[in-house]
Design a protein around this ligand. Structure first.
Ligand SMILES: NC(=O)c1ccc[n+]([C@@H]2O[C@H](COP(=O)([O-])OP(=O)(O)OC[C@H]3O[C@@H](n4cnc5c(N)ncnc54)[C@H](OP(=O)(O)O)[C@@H]3O)[C@@H](O)[C@H]2O)c1
Length: 324
């Protein structure tokens, strides 16, 4: 019987349950999950601090990688290695915090040859999203060598963005609130580190232009400050809300400097774009994975890590082994 982390709408919210196969959703592909991970949205779902989950009981986990156990869809066969991210899994549909889950074939991406399922979830939604942000900047003609700012740099999306941008030859500047992680961010490839507090101050309409590109995982005042610091023709991939959902700014960066705000989403991005992103991620050298900070935990440890994640105190990636 597969074990899972089940959320309930009465205390205790998080319970480890043994599921009968008949408890699992009736969907075409049954996957034995090797790894899942913890993302900001998972932390909101697990703690109940964000309105992510509406139907209970519920298995959270917005992504996983594993091996097909049984398939009733022509695209997949038993033994295939697969990745799932997004599509509302872990929000509306039962997700990856389980030993086995049944899902729709359309939600899956084949795990590219060179990538183990462990490495796939070391990246997870965070790595995929970082790559999608890089692609947004590339498509806006921000080329290697350019100065790019990354906010929330020690988080999952942020740290992968720093690593990938450095690997591709950009001059990466990292904004972080964690003085203790400065050395680690430098080891990932950050050229310079900037203090988060400087980006939480009341933003001015325009400041001296400093960045050709930016990847913002924080939103709120941080994003408003980033916009004010963009060079002429600067491009900002806006992807997160760790610091707030409101955006109070002026039109000045847009109308005087031609700055563009590039919204970036990983949840509903079409199959071809996500498969292309996974192909690029699978070609990243081993060194990037070795330098990533990893905290590997069991299903029973998720609740505590989720609480900590929302305080902004974690860094790097939290990998979940459901069989641990
Ligand atoms: N659009 C999409 O498809 C998509 C996909 C994935 C994630 N996201 C979003 O991107 C953001 C980052 O996700 P993640 O999984 O990388 O989360 P994470 O690992 O928790 O990283 C968030 C980081 O943001 C920084 N931060 C700044 N102000 C904060 C505050 N008030 N509270 C908490 N953290 C704060 C912290 O880094 P420092 O200490 O280094 O400043 C923190 O580590 C989230 O808002 C998430 O919802 C969006």
């Amino acid at each position: 019987m597969p074990r899972a982390l089940m959320l309930h709408d009465e205390a205790p919210r998080c319970r480890i349950a043994d599921l009968a196969p008949s408890d699992l959703p009736h969907r075409a592909v049954s996957v034995d999950i090797d790894y899942s991970d913890l993302n900001y949205k998972d932390a909101l779902a697990v703690t109940g601090k964000g309105k992510i989950v509406r139907d209970y009981p519920f298995v959270p986990g917005i992504d996983f990688a594993g091996t097909v156990r049984e398939s009733h869809h022509e695209q997949y066969a038993s033994g295939d290695r697969v990745i799932l991210t997004g599509w509302g899994v872990g929000e509306r549909y039962w997700g990856g915090y389980a030993e086995t889950m049944n899902v729709d074939a359309e939600w899956l991406v084949p795990c590219p040859g060179p990538l183990s399922t462990r490495k796939a979830m070391l990246l997870g939604t965070a790595g995929l999203t970082a790559m999608l942000c890089v692609v947004r900047l590339e498509e806006a003609r921000i080329a290697p060598g350019a100065r790019v700012l990354v906010t929330g740099a020690s988080g999952g999306v942020g740290s992968w963005a720093v690593s990938i941008l450095h690997h591709l030859g950009y001059e990466v500047h990292a904004v972080t609130g964690k003085t203790e992680q400065r050395a680690w961010l430098k080891a990932l490839g950050a050229h310079a580190i900037h203090d988060r507090a400087d980006y939480e101050a009341e933003p001015r309409p325009l400041e001296k232009g400093r960045w050709a590109g930016a990847i913002d995982t924080v939103g709120g005042r941080t994003l408003a400050n980033v916009l004010a610091q963009m060079d002429y023709d600067g491009r900002v991939a806006a992807v997160g809300l760790a610091g707030g959902t409101a955006l109070s700014t002026t039109v000045m960066p847009f109308i005087l400097r031609g700055v563009s705000l590039l919204g970036t989403d990983s949840v509903m991005i079409p199959f071809d774009r996500r498969r292309a992103a996974w192909q690029r991620l699978s070609a990243l050298p081993n060194g990037l994975f070795e330098r990533m900070a990893v905290d590997e935990i069991s299903l029973a440890q998720i609740e505590e890590r989720a609480e900590t994640m929302l305080t902004g105190k974690l860094h790097g990636r939290v990998l979940i082994d459901p069989r641990r």
